[in-house]
Design a protein around this ligand. Structure first.
Ligand code: DHB
Ligand code: MG
Length: 199
């Protein structure tokens, strides 16, 4: 582990465990990588699908300028409450818009033009999240997706679960879409990084 957390991030992560949230938040290394990528493209508007307890959101929102905006979608009210608390404790409440609801109901209400989209939610609808992300990203924007390896299930055809199928299809779409140049970075459970090069 090379990325160092400050006490605020460490406390948010500790609360995840204390509140028995599923232990699926990103790692500090992955958070730092996301943060660096957003800084590289000088992102000001970022969309996150799946806030969980706000840990990744703090890494993302901190990469934005003061006038920037992270929009993050969370369907579980308990997770959303913890995420709000995390953003508030990190001094980021003004920079974050948390929308409570099912992503497939919220996504059609958003205006396009995001500098980056980070997909980190339920896996079965990933092909639909791919379509929405590509629609909402500006040209030159970053498509980021967690769990590209899905614990190895992404390349294990004996795993025919809907979740594994969703991950496989997202990876396939990202590789095949001529609007996107992408690769998978082997950090934690795999992070797909793509650049939208055409509308
Ligand atoms: C799982 C892990 C994740 O990081 C995630 O975003 C969703 C699910 C999992 O292990 O099932
Ligand atoms: Mg994840």
């Amino acid at each position: 582990m090379f990325a160092v957390e400050d006490p605020i991030l460490a406390a948010i992560r500790a609360r995840h465990a204390a509140e028995n949230l599923p232990p699926i938040h990103i790692s500090p290394d992955e958070g730092k990588l996301l943060h660096v990528l957003l800084r590289v493209v000088e992102a000001t508007t970022v969309l996150e699908i799946g806030s969980l307890g706000g840990y990744s959101g703090v890494w993302l929102a901190r990469a934005l300028p003061a006038h920037g905006r992270l929009t993050t979608i969370e369907k579980d009210p308990r997770h959303a409450a913890l995420a709000r608390r995390a953003f508030s404790e990190a001094g980021l409440a003004a920079r974050v818009r948390l929308i409570e609801g099912a992503a497939l109901e919220v996504l059609p209400t958003l205006a396009p033009g995001f500098d980056a989209v980070f997909v980190d939610a339920d896996k079965e609808p990933l092909p639909q999240y791919f379509d929405w992300s590509m629609r909402l990203l500006r040209r030159g924007g970053l498509l980021l997706c967690d769990n590209s390896f899905f614990h190895g299930a992404a390349v294990d055809e004996s795993d025919q679960s809907p979740a594994a199928g969703g991950v496989r299809e997202f990876n396939r779409l990202a590789a095949a879409d001529p609007r996107l140049v992408s690769t998978i970075v082997p950090v934690r459970d795999g992070l797909l990084v793509g650049l939208k090069v055409a509308e």
